[in-house]
Design a protein around this ligand. Structure first.
Ligand code: TYC
Length: 113
């Protein structure tokens, strides 16, 4: 036999095993979180905003009043941090509730850093 005419398994560096082993880091990445933001406007009544915060974000009256005042004074505040799906639901609930009551209240979400 010609000296280069090796069969696969005859090559010293190849034992014929076709399996591939790759070291992989165990993936434990947590899903990203999203901040739900409430925006100020000049028309939505303060009591309506307080009610929204109690109803959709599980805040007590004092907490809701405090966050409402922060939005009123600063223009925007984070009202909660959630998974993407829960944040989307909260935003939709607030926007729908505000629209049904004909208030221009705006609620948005943004990815947390
Ligand atoms: N600025 C509104 C007012 O004076 C109150 C308000 C607070 C509106 C928070 C929206 O997200 C808001 N009636």
């Amino acid at each position: 036999m010609h000296r280069d005419a090796f069969m696969m398994a005859d090559r010293p560096e190849d034992d014929g095993d076709t399996s591939i082993l790759t070291a992989t880091k165990p993936k434990t990445k947590r899903p990203p979180l999203y901040k739900v933001l409430l925006l100020n406007d000049d028309f939505t009544p303060m009591e309506f905003v307080v009610h929204v915060l109690e109803r959709f974000f599980g805040l007590n009256h004092a907490q809701a009043f405090e966050i409402m005042l922060t939005v009123h004074k600063k223009g925007v505040a984070v009202v909660g941090v959630f998974s993407h799906e829960i944040a989307e639901t909260k935003v939709a609930q607030v926007m729908d509730f505000a629209r049904r009551h004909q208030h221009p209240l705006q609620c948005t979400m943004e990815k947390e850093d």
